[in-house]
Structures are given as C-alpha cells and as structure tokens.
Design a protein. Sequence first.
Length: 330
Amino acid sequence: MENLRTQMNRPIVTGGVAFVAGLLIGLVILGWWLWPVQWSDAEAKHLRQDLQEDYLRMAMDSFARTPDVELAKKVVDGLGKENAAKLLPIVTEKYKGKLDDASVKEFTTLVGIGAPTPTPAQAPKSAPINLGVVLALMCLLTLVVGAILVYLFFFRGKTPAVRRPVSEATARSTPAPVYTESAQEPPVVQYLTTYSLGNDLYDDSFSIDSPTGEFLGECGVGISETIGVGDPKKVTAFEVWLFDKNDIQTVTKVLMSGHAFNDPVVSQRLQSKGEPILAEGGKRVMLETATLTLEARVVSMNYGQGALPQSSFFDQMTLELAVWPKKTAA
C-alpha cells in the first residue's frame, strides 16, 4: 500500500528495519547455521561432569605410574581445586578397587585437595549457565525489540485522528458541507486531519467501517513531496489515498501547491503517484474505487513565507475526508 511505501522511504524507518534484519541474519543465519562457534583447547573445568571425572581418574592413574607432582598440580588447576575436591569422592567411589588407595591419598595430599566437608552455613552452588538457553533468550529479546521498533516507527509517529459525528458543529475557516436527504445521504465515516509546518512525520490513516462494524477499507493523507533543504521540511504536495478491500489497487490523488502545480518538471514527476490537483481553499477532490467514494475537502490552508518561491510550501492545511459506500444495483 501507499502508506507502507511512504513509511519505508523514511531513513529512520529504513534504518530500524535494517538493524533488526542485520541482527537476525548475523545471529541466527550466520552465527548459528552457516558458521557456528566451535570451541577448542578449552580447560578441563569447561567439560561435562562425566568427562571431568574421567580426566581426574586418568590423572590419578598417571600419578600412580609416574609420580610427577608438577604435572598433577597442573591437572588439578585445570579442573579447579574446589571442583576437583567435589569430584574426588565421586571418582573414588565410581572406580573403587581400580585405583591404588595409597597413590590416591598421596595424590590428594600433594595437590591439596580432599573430600569437601559441607557445613550448614555453606552457600548453595548456582546451577551452571546453559549457553544455548542464553542464546535463545537473546534471539527472543532481539525479536521483541524489533517488534517494538516497528510499532514505534509505523504507528506512534502518526497524528491522532479526529473522528466526529456528522451533525457536530465545528468552527472552520470555510462552511462545513450539509448532507441532507434531498442532497445526499450522510457519509459512513467523516474525519478531520490537520498538517502544520514542523510535523515532518505527518501521515494520517483512518479505518472505514460500516455502521455495523464491518471493515470496508482505509483512507488517509500523507506528505508526498518537499521543496528546499533544512528543517523543518517544506511540504509542497500531499497524497490523498483511498483503499477499498474489494478493489485491487489503492486510488491516490496529489494535492499540490501553486508553485509545484505550475512547475512542469515537478508536476510530471508527481503524476506517477496520482492525478495532480491544485490545492485551494474549499476545493473538493473525489476518489472512487469499486465500492467506495471519498470526498476530500480543503477546509483551510496557508502558505509559508521565506526564501523559497511564493506559494511553494504549506504552513498549514486542514482536510475533511468523508466516505460513502457506492449503491449497488437492485
């Protein structure tokens, strides 16, 4: 839809989407699938417990055959003295009768380990951290952050819609249309949207629902073209669009400033987005789809003043959007 295309043209939105996509590609595809991390030359204390038990048993066997004290201390340091002390009773019980008791006693004395003697005041040991769980939580956190960014960029930046009953009296610079039975039925929805200079993220969209709550489509107004450089942006054209759930395309018309409308280069460039129309106070613009009709009325508008050409950018514009369903033949 045109609204999505407009959002993706904004650098901040494109940057946020690229950031999230980069995290997913780098972490999941490259980091876990194509080139996963492979560990080598890890210390003995990083092995599984059963492998640590075998490692300690082989160290005691080696010491029984070749009493090398320095090598024994190096082995125990690799396991960690506290960890080796915890494993010692497990290994001696597991390999009871296969180890020389005298060599085991000499080994433990020389390297300074022994069976742990827990006391009531001894703090419980925390469970080892599972690397796979940590990585899965990081991936989940990335997805949550990405969803929040998308929500903020696509929805929080929008100007709140003003929805009012048709009969409500509203003070405006030009008279409000009066829909009577003799002229035309009241619209199913009617919105009022205002742009002011400095609202660089102006992009209003509204839902079109039937009186029974059925979704019929969407309509909206957004920035189509700016002129000049610097902040705030100088808007020289707006897009008015209508989406019909029963149609295959979104209908768009472009409301242009006097300068843009009379500039053949700008007018021709914007014609690819929709029919170019000169914005004037009280101007009514009709958009039609397969089952919907939208009337966009310029309630009020003012041009900005500055170094740019006269009547080239808007200081303020208020539009009224009214939508009717087309009558089907009986």
